[in-house]
Design a protein around this ligand. Structure first.
Ligand SMILES: *Cc1c(COP(=O)(O)O)cnc(C)c1O
Length: 371
């Protein structure tokens, strides 16, 4: 193959809104208001309306959103937070950063997400929260997790870094990811569904008190300037990033629709390969395919990835080492066989909303030719 296929091509998206984006950046530059200006406030309101929550608080990154959310819920030293080992490091890191202990529970191989049936056995008197991740854009089992949390008086913090716009069918109908638990944490890192042109993040909640504390922690623990009440952080959402994100938010659903189209096409074309398992739709959830990840069985993953690389197809392994196997957590002695197995099988293929059928076909042909 002569053309290289990247994992993600942001150019079609940027080209389609070039004038609006560059115009809004210029407006910010001319306004001279670079910190906590009108775009941050407006983007927070627009995001809260989109998600259907009372409060949205812009922060510096998805990682900061996670640890500020945990602190806003009063979680700290001595507390345990149940989470998944099969995620980006920031999920566990945020729990450790507030002084709490992550408790890893194995995942469901069909969704790659925290297995709510296994979570109950991990609850102890020290457990304060459950922190599910909607990995790859596939919603976690929020029905099971919310029921468990309610039954045991636990908080639920959703890591929605890969799931902005995804939904779960709950008792009251379809709900946006991050609006279901007590607090939702979002990342606008450039590879996520709603992407900034730098670092940015958001905290969403219906909890007035958590919103108040989170809003305070992101600006050095002060409600009123120079009257600092807590040891906080400098974790503000940047005004230029907010201006860019405001132009993108109204297009997010269309882009997520585009990702679903690509994923469905892949699912069709790859279905007949016996050593490939595709991420088929899970009833009661709306996947947003931040990444498109298959399982390559029979120990063939690395061979397939090597072949694709030679054919010019970019792929990625999210994640090669589950958190319980990383040096900072391996001493805890966890044995989580599903996460271990998945780490050796997963392979993420190129996906972006505008990806053409020709390119999808080319990737699939390369996969078929790999063995
Ligand atoms: C990207 C990501 C984060 C961290 O977000 P940043 O904005 O990069 O700090 C946290 N959790 C998951 C699952 C992620 O994918």
């Amino acid at each position: 193959m002569s053309t290289r296929i990247p994992l993600l091509d942001l150019n079609p998206q940027v080209n389609s809104i070039w004038d609006e984006i560059t115009g809004s950046i210029q407006d910010v530059i001319r306004s001279g208001q670079f910190i906590m200006g009108p775009n941050v406030k407006a983007f927070e309101e627009e995001t809260a309306a989109y998600l259907g929550v009372k409060h949205a608080i812009g922060v510096n990154s998805g990682t900061d959103a996670l640890f500020i959310a945990l602190r806003a819920l009063g979680i700290g030293p001595g507390d345990e937070v149940i989470t998944t080992p099969f995620t980006f490091f920031a999920t566990g890191e945020a729990i450790s950063a507030v002084g709490a202990d992550p408790v890893f529970v194995d995942v469901n191989p069909a969704t790659f997400n925290l297995d709510s049936d296994l979570a109950e056995a991990a609850i102890t008197p020290r457990t304060k929260a459950i922190l599910p991740v909607h990995l790859y854009g596939q919603p976690a089992d929020m029905r099971g997790i919310v029921a468990l949390a309610k039954g045991h008086g636990l908080k639920v913090v959703e890591d929605v870094a890969q799931g902005f716009g995804g939904e779960c069918l709950m008792d009251d109908g379809w709900m946006k990811l991050g609006a279901i638990g007590d607090v939702g944490c979002y990342s606008f890192f450039p590879t996520k569904n709603l992407s900034a042109m730098g670092d940015a993040g958001m905290i969403a909640t219906n909890d007035d008190q958590a919103a108040e504390i989170a809003g305070m922690l992101r600006v050095h623990g002060s409600r009123k300037k120079y009257y600092n009440e807590e040891i906080g952080y400098n974790s503000r959402l940047d005004e230029i990033q907010a201006a860019i994100l405001r132009k993108k938010l109204p297009r997010l659903d269309t882009w997520n629709e585009g990702r679903r189209r690509v994923a469905e096409r892949y699912n069709e074309l790859l279905r007949d390969i016996p050593w490939v398992l595709t991420p088929d739709p899970v009833p009661g959830t709306r996947h947003v395919y931040c990444v498109y990840t298959v399982r390559v069985l029979d120990g063939k993953r690395d061979q397939v990835q090597k072949h694709l690389a030679e054919a010019g197809v970019s792929t990625m392994i999210y994640y090669p080492v589950p958190l319980h196997r990383l040096p900072v957590y391996s001493n805890l002695g966890y044995e989580l066989s599903v996460a271990d197995r998945l780490a050796g099988e997963v392979l993420s293929l190129p996906i972006w909303p505008e990806m053409s059928d020709d390119l999808i076909g080319a990737v699939c042909e390369s996969i078929k030719a790999a063995l």
